[in-house]
Design a protein around this ligand. Structure first.
Ligand SMILES: [Zn+2]
Length: 453
């Protein structure tokens, strides 16, 4: 079994920065595999051993982007002109969704996932609901769009949890609108039948999602939850992002979205609520007591003027936190991590709700767990060999003592400071350049321009 040694100038070992660490990685499986694991961790290694690959800077476990809609990347810039709300933004988003084919979806997503790798992201949770052709007819392979995402992740060298999303209605008791015909399988049973044809494979896990309580009728929620339960797969759901959604749920069911999900068996430790923004005290208690996760997406939540979710209270109640770049207003998990803390500072006018260590945990181990990759997100023997290196000598990061490298990375670094990304032991980003998508900027420009024309 071939072994590769990486020498880390500084390593984040969950609680502290350790100087001089040698990670031996065992590579096995197929040539294109992503299953390389950390075979040994040696500390006190002052210089790179002969033959080792030196990673200068701070190496942290790979970042998990727990909530992504890859095609929203095509909206960047466009949606910053003018005013409006989440609901007006959504109309622009639907316009792009109409133009995507399996081929253009692949090209765009490959470039977006390359951007993620360049930002230190080693796993993405793709909340995928663009299933069918415009008008709603299935492709000859009914999973052609999902397979395009899986192929894009493989090409870009990152792991994917395909959170195949049930999206059946436009509102409580309302049929899908014209733009939503691509999203719907008709019923949750038909959704389950289609998704069951998708298989886990190297670097790929298949999970489930409920788009929202707006988009899946209450009497079909349990079908999706059961599918995930049978496979022990992750289950994600957009939860209380908008107050209008809460009001409509109250009007239709006399309870909050969280209560409705609890009633239908959707909450639990494999479930993650995305946003969890407008919650009652009872909601927070339900999420926490069921160990349901919370995925915060602060750069999107602020971009869409959603509000600030009660992440502190949710975590205190028992909900593990993860982070996602969602609409990709920016793709920078370090920015998501600090934004969660800084939002809380603005709201409370006090500092220090989370340490840099706690924020990194959300961005790494807990994010991976939310995506069903419990064996990733830590630099330990036996873990998947997924890690990323942040420069400590850039204009943003130079200066602080090395023992403060985690605080520096979380509170001052950006995605532009990522020098290396390793996934399953493979060097996907080297010295700031993506190995298989060397001109990721051009790939993004070309794939987005193709959607405009
Ligand atoms: Zn979302």
């Amino acid at each position: 079994m071939p072994l590769t040694t990486y020498w880390l100038e500084h390593a984040w070992l969950d609680t502290h920065v350790e100087p001089g660490v040698a990670l031996t990685v065992s590579m096995s499986g197929s040539a294109a595999g992503q299953d390389g694991r950390i075979a040994a961790v040696r500390t006190g290694v002052e210089a790179p051993p002969p033959g080792a690959v030196a990673l200068r800077g701070l190496t942290i476990p790979g970042l998990a982007n727990a909530h992504s809609h890859a095609f929203h990347r095509a909206l960047r810039g466009t949606v910053q002109v003018g005013s409006g709300t989440f609901w007006t933004w959504r109309e622009v988003m639907y316009g792009v969704a109409q133009r995507l084919t399996p081929d253009s979806y692949f090209a765009l997503t490959r470039a977006v996932y390359a951007e993620m790798a360049l930002a230190g992201i080693t796993s993405v949770g793709e909340f995928h609901y663009l299933h069918h052709a415009p008008g709603g007819a299935p492709y000859s392979d009914p999973n052609a769009m999902g397979e395009a995402l899986i192929a894009a992740a493989a090409d870009a060298g990152i792991r994917i949890t395909l959170l195949d999303t049930a999206y059946l209605s436009s509102g409580f008791g309302a049929a899908p609108e014209r733009h939503q015909l691509r999203f719907t399988d008709g019923t949750a049973d038909a959704w389950a039948e289609r998704v069951s044809a998708l298989k886990d494979r190297d670097g790929v896990r298949v999970g489930a999602a409920i788009h929202s309580v707006r988009a899946v009728p209450a009497d079909q929620l349990a079908t999706v939850a059961r599918w995930a339960q049978d496979r022990q797969a992750p289950l994600h759901v957009h939860l209380s992002e908008q107050t209008a959604e809460n009001d409509a749920c109250q009007a239709a069911h006399g309870m909050t979205p969280t209560q409705l999900l609890a009633e239908h068996g959707v909450l639990g430790p494999r479930t993650t609520g995305v946003h969890n923004t407008h919650m009652t005290r009872t909601d927070v208690g339900l999420i926490g007591s069921t160990s349901t996760g919370t995925c915060m997406c602060p750069t999107t939540e602020r971009d869409l003027a959603d509000g600030i979710g009660p992440a502190v209270a949710l975590q205190r109640a028992g909900s593990p936190l993860s982070l996602g770049s969602d609409s990709h207003a920016v793709i920078d998990l370090l920015e998501e991590a600090r934004a969660m803390e800084l939002n809380e500072r603005l709201r409370t006018r006090t500092r220090g709700h989370w340490t840099a260590a706690a924020l990194l945990r959300a961005a790494t181990a807990d994010g991976h767990a939310a995506l069903g990759w419990q064996e990733a997100g830590t630099l330990e023997q036996g873990a998947l060999a997924d890690f990323t290196t942040i420069a400590l000598d850039s204009v943003r990061t130079a200066g602080p003592a090395p023992r403060l490298a985690a605080e520096t990375a979380v509170f001052a670094a950006s995605a532009a400071d990522v020098r290396h990304t390793i996934v399953g032991g493979r060097h996907v980003v080297r010295d700031g350049v993506h190995a298989s998508v060397p001109d990721a900027g051009r790939a993004l420009a070309d794939s987005i321009a193709a959607l405009r024309d």
